[in-house]
Design a protein around this ligand. Structure first.
Ligand SMILES: [Fe+2]
Length: 291
């Protein structure tokens, strides 16, 4: 009679911060993973929101294959309504080179430009926000260009009771003004930018935990409140969501693959020296409508 032996997946999970982030060791992402390992990684992702894999040598196809363990790989979206097909500098494929490099004519070769980018959640302004984002480090500056991750579960838990009560069941308007990496200009006509109503909190389908879903870059207003009250409440929540105690700051090395859950954290980019290059390769997975 055959004896069924349970073979535990041979991965190690090392916490990087008390509330968010873990490093996974014992995995080579250049090779297909067995179901057991995939499940162990997904469970770690639900538990820690951000996973870091160091010293990976992976091709575009490897990155795409790894992403499919989390969901269908998403096609990229033009940066503004009405832009259909290749725009000034981008092909609408699933893989994006995030770089500030330019060619010999000064034409940008990648996307998302240089410098600081405020906290946001990828594609929160779409009806089906992209769920997981994957960044692979290729060229890394000697200082800066870090990615900060803030736990949206911890942010919700830190809200004072009066704020939790005030926001319960409310919706917000999320928008994307592709010309800035900072707060949207609230005087701009939202018809000229991607925007979508979303719930102000999200019950994460993986962990079952409640997460605050506002970002200082994207969230324009809270529905049902006058603008002054909405803005005051949002500013209080932005401060809580960006409290250093709930942030893991990732210092990139070439060969890092980082995957995060856009329904469980916000992320931001720090500045780096203007003369230095920074190149990462990015893809995302499709998500589900939140209501
Ligand atoms: Fe992002």
């Amino acid at each position: 009679m055959a004896v069924v032996v349970e073979r535990p997946a041979a991965i190690s999970v090392i916490k990087l911060h008390p509330v968010i982030g873990a490093e996974i060791r014992g995995v080579d992402l250049a090779k297909p993973l067995d179901d057991e390992t995939v499940q162990a990684i997904r469970n770690a992702w639900y538990d820690h929101t951000v996973l870091v894999f160091r010293d990976q040598k992976i091709s575009e196809d490897d990155q795409r294959r790894f992403a499919t363990y989390f969901g269908p790989v998403a096609k990229r979206v033009p940066p503004r309504p009405g832009a259909v097909g290749p725009d000034t500098l981008l092909e609408w494929d699933d893989m994006l080179l995030v770089t500030d490099n330019v060619d010999s004519n000064g034409k940008p070769l990648g996307a998302l430009g240089h410098g600081e980018m405020w906290f946001h959640s990828d594609k929160c302004y779409h009806r089906k926000p992209h769920r997981a984002s994957f960044l692979y480090g290729i060229e890394i500056p000697t200082k800066g260009g870090h990615t900060k991750f803030s736990s949206s579960y911890a942010a919700y838990e830190k809200l004072p009771p009066d704020v939790k009560k005030k926001i319960d069941g409310r919706m917000v308007m999320q928008g994307h003004q592709y010309t800035t990496g900072r707060r949207i200009d609230l005087t701009v006509d939202i018809a000229t930018m991607h925007h979508c109503r979303q719930p102000i909190t999200v019950d994460n389908p993986g962990s079952g935990r409640k997460a605050l879903y506002v970002t200082s870059q994207n969230t324009m207003w809270i529905e049902g409140l006058d603008r002054a009250e909405s803005e005051a409440l949002l500013q209080r929540m932005f401060d809580i969501a960006e409290d250093p105690s709930i942030i893991y700051e990732h210092v990139w090395r070439p060969g890092d693959l980082v995957v995060w859950d856009n329904l469980a954290c916000l992320h931001a980019r720090t500045d780096w020296p203007a003369e230095q290059r920074r190149t990462l390769r990015r893809c995302t997975t499709e998500g589900e409508p939140l209501y």
